[in-house]
Design a binder for this molecule. Structure first.
Ligand SMILES: N[C@@H](CCC(=O)N[C@@H](CS)C(=O)NCC(=O)O)C(=O)O
Length: 213
């Protein structure tokens, strides 16, 4: 049995949960409580020295400690439905849009939240080393997130999915980032009509519906 190291309220493991659910890949789940800093304790460090979730332990004991590794494994392990693109061009587009959403969206929310939340004092970055918060980065992160939502709304004009014509990893990452933005009180505006339409559709998928957010 695969073992999935999770923390249900956190956005990064949510991406993996949705991906695995789309593929109907079953796992045992171990919760790692980030609120009590269990990720920094000795037991979890032995699983993932980078002290982050998600992680996925495979049947042969191999441990994948990055979402990117989990997605690559799951797509090869169970190719259907394809979530990383069907053709060379589609694979290129899905990887491109996923990277943009990570860099322009996910990183912006993380920057805003981790540099402002009192609960994350000295935890401005993930990992075993403590880093102090920089309030200016929180403000910059919020501005970047607003620009990201504008960009994604424009991309979704006349489209049902972010990267290609079918649901893909880029939609999963986009959905998780839009929901993560609520943590810094930034949500799609009323005039982000494309983004709102897409968000409602992807949120209704069974793989997403049963995930906590
Ligand atoms: N590169 C990682 C990032 C994972 C990540 O940032 N996880 C966060 C939860 S969303 C975490 O484990 N945080 C631990 C901490 O804040 O110390 C991936 O996407 O796999």
């Amino acid at each position: 049995m695969l073992v999935f190291y999770d923390f249900t309220p956190a956005p990064s493991p949510r991406r993996a949960r949705i991906f695995l659910a789309e593929k109907a890949i079953e796992t045992e789940t171990v919760q790692v409580n980030l609120r009590t800093r269990e990720q920094l304790g000795e037991a979890y460090r032995a699983i993932n020295p980078q002290c982050t979730v998600p992680a996925l332990k495979l049947e042969d004991g191999t441990i994948l400690t990055e979402n990117a590794g989990i997605f690559a494994f799951a797509e090869a392990f169970r190719p259907d439905p394809p979530l990383l693109g069907r053709t060379p061009t589609e694979k290129g587009l899905v990887a491109t849009w996923n990277a943009r959403i990570e860099q322009e969206g996910f990183a912006a929310v993380a920057e805003a939240l981790r540099n402002s939340s009192p609960a994350m004092k000295d935890r401005a970055l993930t990992g075993p080393i403590d880093y102090p918060q920089i309030p200016e980065l929180a403000e910059r992160g919020k501005r970047r997130l607003e620009a990201f939502l504008d960009m994604l709304d424009a991309r979704l004009a006349g489209r049902d999915h972010v990267a290609v014509d079918t649901f893909s990893l880029a939609d999963i990452t986009g959905l998780v980032v839009v929901d993560f933005g609520k943590m810094v009180k930034i949500e799609p505006r009323d005039d982000h009509t494309n983004l709102r339409r897409w968000h409602a559709t992807v949120s209704a998928r069974p793989s997403v519906g049963r995930q906590a957010r």
